[in-house]
Write a new protein. Structure first.
Length: 79
């Protein structure tokens, strides 16, 4: 244990205040981390949904083009 001098009490107070500040900021920091991770996950989900929709549209376009090609080809065959 430190001897009770004016310098030692100032050092003790400084360290105590720093420790209390860390304890006081911990809940806010952890909530900030949680919100940031949640926002990132939601952004990833939205991006994935957008990419899936784009791929579905490309597939639908290709299917429609092939179907139209087959219809035109069927009409041009000599029967």
């Amino acid at each position: 244990m430190a001897l009770p001098t004016s310098v030692n009490s100032q050092v003790t107070d400084s360290v105590t205040q720093a420790n209390l500040e860390n304890l006081g900021l911990a809940p806010a920091a952890s909530m900030g981390n949680l919100m940031q991770a949640t926002a990132q996950a939601l952004a990833n989900a939205a991006h994935k949904a957008t990419v899936a929709q784009q791929q579905a549209n490309i597939l639908a376009q290709a299917t429609t083009a092939k179907g139209v090609e087959m219809i035109y080809a069927a009409g041009s065959k000599p029967g």
